[in-house]
Write a protein that binds this ligand. Structure first.
Ligand code: F6R
Length: 608
């Protein structure tokens, strides 16, 4: 939610800020803006809409400054508008602030400041910050920012400049991500690494409440009590190309096609034929694994959907009861947690506010936390006890694809690892699943090499107002994800139902010509699923079936079938989700939607 950038060095700041914001647009794109110190005078350009609008504006202003901050917004407080865009300034525009996060006590602070004569122009929570900094300013910007943040509740990553203390950028974070790029005689701030990767590979990953003061003399990092902090530089090893479109029309399509590699990378060194499973970031003893009496899987959105598969797989292989919950529900329901609880938090970004809060709650109550995340050094990875990194590479499209598939791989590996340690299934079965996992990358590549059949279905789906997804067991878990993909990028209403549940109400919505996508990959419940398909066919539905090769019987029941390669049913989600991603993608393209940046959404949800 929102992205911030900053630059200080010998070069012109504006193009660097704009380039950085371009890499952060996935975090929000309601409006954008920059503030620079032009001859020690703050100049602001900001406007509603996409970054392209801001680019046009800054072209005409042609700032020469070499110090500046920038912002791309996902609106929380106050509609997307020019005035609500960041940067926000104090009244005489001598202090400018960019902010990612939410100031939860902004109403109290606003009233306090208004009582002292401060005037507000926007509806945002952020606007209290420049006024507070102004209120505490006594000649030194970092001291004023430190004092201001002591009054602020909520989450923030801030970049602050002031003409009263020029030649400096002050940055700080609490519960919102922030990295500091270290260049030669230049420094950067950014909400995420891709925003600085065009300039430097060396970054500091800030901890909560660490302050940074950047000047031409270098970067100084302080803790909240102004003690200097000595930090290790984190060297980014992945390539900027990984964050570029590389010839694909959209990031989403590129990321769908990167799935075979992402699967392979995530399995590498963890699953090796003939060897026991090794997970480098997980340090549990046999006694600890045997001691867990319950697993919670906690996540949001697509990550939650991977967890639905995870619940099934862990119960089946490691024989531990698993409860799955949305992080936003879990954190407010007083969950039953003991020191025998294992919590698995799944988050691509590692920054999702609800997941992070759920993690902290469970940790406080004594649970052991494993994080599954795609972002090295993210907040969730740092606060968890153990980390399983999915090696999907940067995921830029808002709709998650390759991160989802690698979350599935992570969950299979963790479940199998626990099963191996606990001896809950036969070694022959473990080996069979390991072999199956090692074949998945090739199987996904095979599906992607021939997508024509699934594309023919787009012609029908793109005209629909409602689409229903049905499945049982693991197929239901995948149906949830397929349905979310379609609705989030094509804006077609869709719902996913367990096949047997439809008749308890929702079947009333099935009428002549409606599109139903039915997954029937699970052999043990294939006949049951076929009965459920018949129920909707009888009521006039047009059904696309997803089944495993070797099950031609399905064709007697459905209108069209897409086959996935044969695979052990427990691993089928890795295959069956792919046609659903493709269907969602081409449907959105056919409708002319902005696939990589769907309306109202942002990639990293760092607000509650
Ligand atoms: C949908 C999507 C979201 C995320 C959710 C959690 O395609 O990507 O539903 O899965 O916002 O994000 P992370 O995994 O970063 O915690």
């Amino acid at each position: 939610m929102c992205g911030i950038v900053g630059y200080l060095g010998p070069k012109k700041a504006t193009p660097i800020l704009i380039e950085g914001l371009g890499k952060l647009e996935y975090r929000g794109y309601d409006s954008s803006g920059i503030a620079v110190l032009e001859n020690d005078d703050i100049k602001v350009e900001k406007c509603r809409g996409r970054l392209s609008n801001l680019k046009e504006r800054v072209q005409s202003s042609d700032f020469a400054s070499s110090i500046g901050i920038g912002h791309t917004r996902w609106a929380t407080h106050g509609e997307p508008s020019d005035v609500n865009s960041h940067p926000h300034c104090n009244e005489d525009e001598s202090i400018a602030v960019v902010h990612n996060g939410i100031i939860e006590n902004y109403i109290v602070l606003r009233e306090m400041l208004m009582a002292k004569g401060y005037k507000f122009v926007s509806e945002t929570d952020t606007e209290v910050i420049p006024h507070l900094v102004d209120y505490y300013f006594e000649g030194n910007l970092e001291d004023a920012v430190m004092k201001a943040t002591k009054k602020m509740e909520g989450s923030y990553a801030l970049g602050v400049i002031s003409e009263k203390d020029p030649g400096k950028i002050v940055a700080v974070r609490k519960d919102s991500p922030l990295v500091i790029g270290v260049g030669e005689n230049e420094s950067f701030i950014a909400s995420d690494i891709p925003a600085v990767l065009g300039q430097t590979r060396d970054v500091y990953l800030l901890e909560d409440k660490e302050f940074v003061v950047m000047t031409n003399d270098g970067i100084t990092i302080y803790d909240e009590n102004k003690n200097k902090v000595d930090k290790q530089i984190f060297h980014v090893t992945w390539d900027i190309d990984a964050a570029e479109k590389g010839g694909y029309e959209h990031f989403m399509l590129k990321e769908i096609y990167e799935q075979p590699k992402a699967i392979k990378d995530t399995l590498t060194s963890r699953i090796v034929k003939g060897e026991k499973i090794k997970i480098d970031g997980i340090h549990l003893t046999k006694e600890q694994i045997e001691g867990f009496d319950k697993v919670y899987i906690i996540a949001c959105g697509t990550a939650y959907h991977s967890g639905v598969v995870g619940k099934y797989v862990i119960e089946r292989l490691a024989k531990i009861p698993v409860e799955i919950d949305y992080a936003s529900e879990f954190r407010y329901r007083n969950p039953l947690i003991t020191d025998k609880t294992l919590m698995i938090c799944i988050s691509q970004s590692g920054e999702t506010a609800d997941t992070l809060a759920a993690l902290r709650l469970a940790k406080d109550k004594g649970a052991r936390i494993i994080a599954i995340t795609n972002v090295v050094g993210s907040s969730i990875s740092r606060e968890a006890d153990d980390v399983f990194y999915t090696w999907a590479g940067p995921e830029i499209a808002v709709a998650s694809t390759k991160a989802y598939i690698t979350m599935l791989i992570a969950l299979y590996i963790i479940a199998l690892y626990m099963a191996e340690v606990k001896n809950t299934i036969r070694e022959t079965e473990i080996n069979k699943i390991k072999d199956g996992l090692l074949d998945l990358s090739e199987g996904v590549a095979e599906i992607l090499s021939d997508i024509e059949k699934i594309k023919t279905f787009v012609d029908k789906v793109y005209k629909e107002k409602d689409v229903y997804y049905l499945g049982r067991g693991l197929d239901y878990a995948v149906a949830l994800e397929g349905s979310l993909k379609l609705k989030e990028i094509s804006y077609i209403h869709s719902e996913a139902y367990p096949g047997g549940e439809l008749k308890h109400g929702t079947i009333a919505l099935i009428e002549e010509g409606i599109t139903v996508i039915a997954l029937a990959t699970q052999e043990d419940i294939f006949d049951k699923m076929v009965s459920n398909i018949r129920e909707v066919k009888t009521r006039g539905a047009n059904v696309l079936g997803i089944a495993m090769e070797g099950h031609p019987d399905i064709e007697k029941t459905v209108d069209e079938t897409v086959y996935i390669p044969r695979v052990m049913p427990i691993l089928a989600p890795v295959y069956s989700v792919v046609p659903l991603q493709i269907l969602a993608y081409y449907t959105a393209v056919r409708k002319g939607c902005d696939v990589d940046k769907p309306r109202n959404l942002a990639k990293s949800v760092t607000v509650e």
